[in-house]
Design a protein around this ligand. Structure first.
Ligand code: MN
Length: 220
């Protein structure tokens, strides 16, 4: 059969023990830390967490220098815990991730009652660090920290998540069939902010590999 084009390579995320985790779908949770819901102008008591998606091709490896995105004057970082689903809906492992967001496009979409896709699901919008197998980590008491050019801008215990990882998986499973290879970015705490060309962002979570990416100095 004639091939119509060269299919892209499968997207994988490295694991801390030297394996490759092939990615299926990428889900994200919005509004999962009360202080972030408040900073976005929402009411934590009435804002139910919501789910949205990114394409797996948006994943960027740890250490990458990322081209600055087009079509935004207000690119934001959101540091997040990443959960990777293995066989039987079990958690395969955890990593540090960034849910990069064109905040201006998101605000316009919200105001117009329109879809968020171009605010969230754009090229290079999901930097994710190596996955630590769940059998090798206990996240009880762990905290998430995001640094912009070395300065701490987000800091929260994972216990501040409104919906626990277990409840996220339970809820999301009601909407879609989860399968091995699925990735879930579990939401961001307060302290989101703007990224400029040349900035470096790092996300660390107790016991996991720190994720660090930077943005190219010139815009396309
Ligand atoms: Mn997010």
């Amino acid at each position: 059969m004639t091939k119509l084009h060269n299919a892209p390579h499968p997207v994988t995320i490295p694991t801390t023990d030297g394996r490759a985790f092939p990615v299926r779908r990428v889900y994200c949770v919005g509004r999962n830390y009360a202080d972030h819901v408040a900073e976005m102008g929402g009411n934590p008591k009435t804002s139910a967490p919501l789910f949205f998606t990114k394409s797996r091709e948006t994943i960027v490896a740890n250490g990458a220098v990322i081209p600055f995105p087009t079509m935004t004057e207000n690119l934001h970082y959101e540091g997040e815990l990443v959960v990777a689903i293995g066989a039987g809906n079990a958690i395969f492992g955890y990593g540090c991730g960034l849910d990069m967001t064109r905040r201006d496009l998101q605000a316009a979409a919200k105001a117009g009652g329109k879809a968020w896709d171009m605010a969230k699901n754009f090229d290079h919008s999901a930097p994710i660090g190596a996955l630590t197998p769940a059998t090798k980590i206990d996240l009880a008491g762990a905290a998430l920290e995001t640094r912009l050019n070395g300065k701490m801008v987000q800091s929260a215990p994972l216990s501040h998540m409104i919906w626990s990882v277990e409840n996220i998986i339970k809820s999301l499973s009601g909407f879609v069939t989860l399968a091995p290879g699925d990735i879930i970015l579990t939401g961001t705490p307060a302290g989101v902010g703007q990224v400029q060309p040349g900035d470096e962002i790092s996300v660390s979570i107790t016991g996991l590999e720190t994720l660090s990416v930077s943005y190219a100095t010139s815009t396309p």
